[in-house]
Design a binder for this molecule. Structure first.
Ligand code: AHR
Length: 657
């Protein structure tokens, strides 16, 4: 979050960085002490943090194409428009009119619906989608709606491109005076990034509509109400050890009334109550008045996603505090029962038997087996005595009933100073399991802090670097870039996380995703539009580290010297040694990597992520401009002699057999 506190802490935390930018004559010597492996590394070390920010859920991972499908936005016609024509009054629509009603609704949770009153056949109205609708040639889309008729027996649906050309069409028919769901599948004959869905009624009278949906048939794992395939694929390819969800500040809400309540996000999607997204009006420079949460992507889908991508789920729950940067509203201690019950019930929803009330809902939704929830975040980025008081209430209830569940607690919004220090001493005293630290800092900070965890107390709570990203311009500034300068500084920092894998248990870059036409926060690991997506250099750093993490730390020297940063680990399952060397200088660096007791000869696999240009970025046109390249390198008598390319991340993997 942007904040005066954070900016003040940023300047306190910065320490001078000394980099060597000239070529060196003698090779740099890196010594890996294979004979003395150290502590185990957490198997869930590198994961992801998914927040519904930047249209990452509705309009992104959740591929519903109709915006405001249930007419519950604060302006209930948001996204909906009439097809205009000429009349004596000018440009208007004399054939009918739209109104929002609540009498005799489809359900009481989402009470608004649309009435289209038709005076003349051919009355039309359309939905603009999330900055348009992305449709692909040959792909099928399920068009569905709940309908009730006061006359007309059918509606026509037409998908058009920007020029009005029809690219798909279908019909829903046979309505009567009762709410009922109707669906048909339509196929697009062209690829269009900004399509529109137009509905026409050809008989006079009125039609009531609710939950109007256009949904790709081809989703991740072919699920109805499933997720957007290309985005899940990118996430899957990151090999995340865990997924933290659903936020972030949206867990807190601007006020408690609009906090994230998981129970309203499960069960029949028609019954999931739409609410405002707190990023809707957070930044004056990036207004998003049409940003709401339909919860089509709810807690069941998050757990399912975690399972699909092989990541441990880490849900974050509101602890009775709204965003401390906004209203700072706090639930009274005597009002906390509901919040604590939500946490206990969530454990039952995730892990309870299918005979338990919440386990039964999970089973009814299609997942009788448990989701293996092992940890819960109590609060997002909270701090201060009110947080500690509320945590104690949660901890008493959760520890008593579920001692097996680890509690993740927050250290506030910044990585040093106050309230960070006080929060840490609280957690040591209260024996919090894992402390979530957040740092949105400049690239120089990441380079200067690779040793941050070298002297952390090993006997206290573990560390979760829950949100971090190098900011090339400043926190929450719209001109931050996902460039190589930011990404390589994160890679250098991550060597420090890995070398301290006994105390740092988890780490996740933040935020994960952003829609190019609808974002609020930059930088982000993945960018997408309505059809395409790509990983940034930061994404590839994450991918490289997460797919090359061993099970045990191996000592390596030097760790950070002259612009070189190192870490090493052993993968005991594959009997492989993994060495990472980052050259954060503008020069090619002759280097010898000496593998100590591993004195053999052979080849190692080397994967290099590199650009000589610190400003290099990926884009839709050049999605892999900065991306890993794999090759082989010779190992001679236990030494790799190489020349590290300027500004490069190098990962070596070799057999220890
Ligand atoms: O990642 C963006 C925001 O930064 C998160 O919502 C919040 O936890 C942090 O302040």
């Amino acid at each position: 979050m942007p904040s005066k506190i954070r900016i003040a802490l940023l300047s306190l935390a910065l320490t001078p960085v000394c980099l060597i930018s000239h070529a060196q004559q003698n090779p740099a010597i890196i010594s890996v002490d294979v004979a003395h492996p150290g502590a185990p590394i957490s198997p869930q070390m590198f994961g992801i943090f998914f927040e519904d920010i930047n249209f990452a859920a509705d309009g992104g991972l959740y591929p519903e194409l109709v915006k405001n499908r249930s007419f519950e936005f604060d302006k209930p016609l948001t996204g909906w428009h009439e097809v205009l024509g000429f009349s004596a009054k000018g440009i208007d629509n004399p054939k009918g009119e739209l109104s929002i009603r609540t009498q005799d609704p489809l359900n009481a949770t989402n009470p608004h619906y649309l009435r289209a009153r038709v005076y003349e056949p051919g009355y039309g109205f359309w939905n603009s989608g999330f900055r348009g609708m992305g449709v692909e040639s040959g792909a099928e889309y399920r068009f569905s709606a709940y309908l009730r008729s006061g006359g007309p027996k059918g509606i026509r649906a037409t998908l058009t491109d920007g020029s009005g050309r029809e690219i798909a069409s279908g019909k829903l028919e046979g309505f009567d005076g009762k709410w009922q769901r109707y669906e048909t599948v339509i196929r697009a004959n062209a690829t269009v990034e900004h399509a529109q869905l137009i509905l026409f009624v050809d008989e006079t009278g009125y039609v009531d509509l609710d939950m109007v949906s256009l949904f790709p048939v081809d989703t991740w794992n072919h699920r109805p109400n499933g997720l957007r395939k290309d985005l899940v694929q990118l996430v899957y390819d990151l090999h995340p050890g865990f997924i933290r969800f659903p936020g972030g500040c949206i867990v807190e809400g601007r006020q408690l009334l609009t906090r994230y309540r998981w129970k309203t996000t499960v069960g029949d999607i028609v019954q999931r109550k739409t609410i405002i997204n707190r990023w809707n009006d957070e930044f004056d420079q990036r207004p998003a008045p049409d940003y709401f949460q339909s919860f089509g992507l709810g807690f069941y889908e998050y757990f399912q996603l975690a399972e699909d991508i092989g990541a441990r789920p880490l849900p974050i729950l509101n602890c009775g505090m709204a965003c401390q940067f906004n209203t700072d509203e706090t639930a009274k201690l005597e009002e906390l029962d509901e919040y604590v019950k939500d946490a206990l019930d969530l454990i039952e929803f995730a892990n309870g038997p299918a005979t338990s009330p919440w386990g039964k809902l999970r089973a009814q939704m299609g997942h009788p087996a448990p989701f293996h929830l092992e940890m819960i975040g109590v609060g997002n980025e909270q701090w201060g005595p009110r947080y500690v008081e509320r945590y104690k209430v949660f901890a008493a209830a959760l520890r008593a009933k579920h001692p097996e569940i680890k509690l993740v607690v927050a250290a506030g919004p910044a990585p040093a100073g106050e309230p960070f220090n006080t929060m840490w001493s609280n957690w040591r005293q209260l024996k919090g399991d894992i402390v979530d630290e957040h740092y949105y800092m400049p690239p120089e900070w990441f380079l200067a802090n690779t040793g941050r965890y070298d002297h952390y107390d090993r006997s206290g709570p573990k560390v979760f670097a829950g949100e971090y990203a190098a900011q090339t311009s400043g926190v929450a500034k719209p001109d931050n870039r996902n460039n190589w300068e930011a990404a390589i500084s994160e890679a250098a920092f991550m060597t420090g996380l890995e070398r301290n894998g006994d105390v740092v248990q988890m780490a996740s870059y933040a935020p994960l995703m952003a829609h190019v036409d609808a974002w609020q926060w930059t930088p982000d690991a993945i960018w997408f539009d309505n059809l395409r997506s790509y990983g940034t250099p930061d994404y590839y750093v994450q991918e490289l580290f997460a797919s090359n993490i061993g099970t045990r730390i191996v000592p390596v020297t030097p760790q950070a010297e002259g612009g070189l940063f190192t870490s090493a680990s052993i993968d005991e399952r594959k009997h492989e040694l993994i060495v990472k060397v980052i050259n954060d200088t503008a020069s090619a660096r002759p280097t010898e990597i000496r593998l100590g007791a591993l004195g053999s000869s052979g080849t190692a696999k080397v994967t290099i992520l590199q650009s000589a240009n610190l400003k290099a970025e990926n884009s839709f046109d050049y999605p892999k401009a900065v991306s890993p390249e794999a090759s082989a390198v010779e190992v001679r008598a236990g030494t790799i002699s190489t020349e590290l390319r300027p500004y490069s991340v190098n990962v070596y993997r070799m057999s220890m057999k």
